[in-house]
Design a protein around this ligand. Structure first.
Ligand code: BTN
Length: 234
């Protein structure tokens, strides 16, 4: 059965869900006021002020949803970005799994798991945090900073959970909508990038499988599934 578990404090909502995965059904959520050991991609730490942001994870077990593979990330980004947009902001999705507001990172998404059994989707959304201490690779922002006012965290959380559930109800039609949405909200499109330090490549967009399309200086196009991109210039 799908459940929503609230924790005051936890090391990481994703780690908690992985440890307790047998106790919870498809699309169960775990959210926490505070993470003491939140992590991001490539082993980076995910730091947020307690009670100011959304830090949560949900588990996917349904084989139909799992069959989406890497395309899960796009459906998740689409649901979260649309919800942020409903607050009057203009989110942009940075392939593969960040959401930016005015060129600064507001959302990080991390997929972990063991296909074909389960995937745990961990999401950190900067909601009401106004100051960011420490070192960040990409400068952070929050919904409140962009709106110049705080939002009701409880209401926002339920809206995001509902949007995620709705996106995964009918995966194929939702995925087509997500592809169209991405084209209009593509942070990297036309930018010049390095892939794992190699390049430069011009970003052309994404393909149907959510691979990024990169054009090299000879006009060759590659469909790339993973790897770290560094932006050279806009
Ligand atoms: C990234 O941008 O590198 C991804 C960040 C993902 C952070 C979220 S917060 C909830 C969940 N628990 C974690 O420990 N990480 C994810």
């Amino acid at each position: 059965m799908s459940t929503k578990i609230y924790l005051h404090q936890v090391d990481s909502t994703s780690d908690y869900l992985r440890l307790h995965r047998d106790e919870h059904g498809d699309f169960s959520f775990v959210y926490a006021d505070e993470q003491t050991s939140g992590h991001g991609r490539l082993g980076r730490t995910w730091l947020t002020h307690p009670k100011e942001n959304l830090t949560f994870s949900f588990i996917i077990k349904d084989p139909k949803k799992l069959a989406l593979g890497a395309r899960i990330t796009l459906l998740v980004s689409y649901a979260v970005a649309k919800e942020i947009e409903s607050y009057g902001l203009r989110p942009e999705i940075k392939w593969p799994n960040d959401i930016y507001l005015r060129g600064q990172k507001a959302v990080g998404i991390l997929l972990e798991g063991s296909l074909p059994d389960y995937v745990i989707v961990g999401i950190g959304i900067n909601v009401n945090q106004h100051t960011f201490e420490g070192e960040y690779r990409t400068s952070p922002t929050s919904i409140a900073l962009e709106l110049e006012e705080n939002v009701n965290l409880d209401v926002f959380r339920e809206q995001v959970f509902d949007a995620l559930e709705a996106s995964f109800l009918e995966v194929e039609p939702s995925y087509q909508e997500a592809l169209s949405y991405f084209k209009e909200h593509d942070y990297l499109c036309s930018k010049s990038v390095l892939l794992e330090g190699v390049g430069p490549y011009k970003v052309l967009g994404i393909d149907e499988d959510f691979k990024i399309l990169l054009e090299d200086s000879n006009g060759n196009i590659i469909h790339n599934a993973s790897g770290e991109l560094t932006i050279l210039r806009d």
